[in-house]
Design a protein around this ligand. Sequence first.
Ligand code: CA
Length: 228
Amino acid sequence: MHKILIVEDEPAMQLGLRDNLEFEGYTVESAEDGDSGLNKILNNSYDLVLLDVMLPHRSGFDICREVRSQGIETPIILLTAKGEEIDKILGLELGADDYVTKPFSVRELLARIKALLRRSNSPAETAEGGNITIGRLTLDFGSYTAFESGREIKLSHKEFEILHYLFDRRNQAVSRHSLLEDIWGYEEQPTTRTVDNFIVRLRQKIEGNPNSPRIILTVHGYGYKMIH
Ligand code: CA
């Protein structure tokens, strides 16, 4: 059975989450502050962590950063407060896998938990073999084909190359400069604006909502990061 850690300082919220998760058959542990939450993650094995952002002693962001810097890949869903739009993006850049905004529906949270557990339990996919799902598209990097709901979608060679490049470096920030150098090469002399235009087009093809990207994130002043 899957074991979930809840790091949340509001007793009512923690209790409500625990009841719902236990009802769904999950084993639940909890922590009330940032320090004990981090300790539990570092010293135990969980299948997933629900992590509040605003916590006593240590924020959810600090915990995220620390956990990932230790090489721990446990899926993390951030619990953010309304109006923390910037924080969501920051959280994903720090290594969180998803977020829900309070007040959230339990049904939505449970769906996200299930999706994340499914993803992390499936065998590691590689770019070399088999199909890879990125956002709305299923891609085969071997044959350069892309499908959306079973229908083939046209992607240019460069678009495939960019997706492949970002996928190979998924969950890491990739600079515009390295994209330019490795995808375009020195000969063509495109500008960083070219890269940005390609990313805009790719987001329209893969993101659920291209205006609020959750797969290819912008790392301000640097480049991009694919969340996968
Ligand atoms: Ca809190």
